[in-house]
Design a binder for this molecule. Structure first.
Ligand SMILES: NC(=O)c1ccc[n+]([C@@H]2O[C@H](COP(=O)([O-])OP(=O)(O)OC[C@H]3O[C@@H](n4cnc5c(N)ncnc54)[C@H](O)[C@@H]3O)[C@@H](O)[C@H]2O)c1
Length: 307
């Protein structure tokens, strides 16, 4: 039977993700949004691209949740972006309410699904989704590290003039200003970048990675990145639907790993059909560990509002 993925939020990230899933012929997709007509219109438009591109994925757009029942994966991209005059706390509260409701509705109708949370502030929203759905930690995961690592890889490839395919990068910690890129574990054709780049080059690329989201917001002026975020989410969807056991940096709920008890943070995890099948622990240097813990504290402060 064809797998089913629900994508909540038919905005930039959500609709582009639906397009990517259909074009990869991975699953049927149900797209949900509160705005009347938008998910239906985008869904029909994507269906009509199928004959040209040769995919048979059924794309359904709806303002309700009934059609999402029995989904294998639920991706939450619904939420507000920051507007002038809005504080981070306003966004946190508004998106927290949205994600809570979405996780309750979708979780009830697809009790065995895996949830991928994209809505920002992502690590906190993953916690809200886990609480609201009642899902075990293996089945709630946040998208952030794959995107941050992809940005780091892009900048490494640009700097060295090599193929992006030669690059691997690890970015851990919360998906925010306090993220922790790990140059030691970032490689070009297997060679750590610390061997082939100067400290100045690395710190410049690390800084650009940290500001990767803001750099795009500043260029677009309205809205934020969505091509790379949807591609990063697709990689996670594919790893789980195809049970690839792929190790990717994702936000997972830690229960003792990395010395963290009860918080979401970006760490390497093994993604397969059961969701987060393993948290992979790597040894951090004292500096890396301090940066990681600082980033976890920032996530905890956001979560405190939803305890
Ligand atoms: N984790 C990451 O790395 C990452 C990357 C990019 C974007 N984001 C976040 O993803 C979210 C979506 O970004 P976007 O660019 O697609 O924004 P967008 O404004 O284009 O789309 C958001 C959509 O959510 C819908 N929505 C709002 N409330 C809803 C509800 N209760 N139920 C269903 N749908 C609802 C809106 O109508 C809109 O269509 C934002 O919070 C953004 O910050 C996260």
């Amino acid at each position: 039977m064809q797998k089913r993925v629900t994508v909540v939020g038919a905005g930039h990230v959500g609709a582009t993700l639906v397009q990517r899933i259909a074009e990869a012929r991975l699953a049927d997709v149900v797209m949900v949004d509160v705005v009347e007509g938008v998910p239906q219109g985008k869904g029909l438009d994507l269906l009509e691209a199928g004959p040209v591109l040769g995919y048979d994925s059924k794309v359904t757009g709806t303002n309700g949740y009934d059609e999402t029942a029995g989904s294998d994966i639920i991706v939450i991209t619904a939420g507000l972006a920051r507007k002038p005059g809005m504080s981070r706390d306003d966004l946190l509260a508004a998106n927290g309410d949205i994600v809570k409701k979405v996780a309750q509705e979708t979780g009830r109708l697809s009790p065995n699904a895996i949830m991928i949370v994209v809505t920002n502030p992502m690590d906190v929203m993953a916690y809200v989704a886990m609480r609201a759905s009642g899902f075990p930690r293996e089945r709630v995961v946040g998208m952030g590290g794959v995107l941050d690592s992809a940005r780091f890889r892009t900048f490494i490839a640009m700097e060295l003039g090599v193929s992006v395919e030669n690059t691997h990068a690890f970015v851990l910690g919360g998906h925010g200003d306090s993220m922790v890129p790990l140059p030691r574990y970032s490689t070009v054709a297997g060679i750590p970048i610390t061997e082939i780049m100067s400290a100045e080059q690395i710190s410049r690329l690390v800084e650009r990675t940290r500001n990767g989201g803001a750099e795009i917001v500043a260029l677009l002026k309205t809205g934020s990145a969505y091509y790379a975020p949807s591609a990063a989410t697709l990689e996670m969807v594919e790893a789980m639907l195809l049970d690839k056991k792929k190790i990717l940096p994702c936000s997972a709920y830690l229960e003792g790993e990395y010395g963290v008890q009860g918080a979401f943070a970006g760490v390497p995890v093994k993604l397969g059909a059961k969701g987060v099948e393993q948290v992979v622990e790597i040894t951090l240097s004292a500096d890396e560990n301090a940066a990681f813990m600082k980033s976890v504290d920032a996530v905890r402060a956001g979560c405190a509002k939803f305890m």
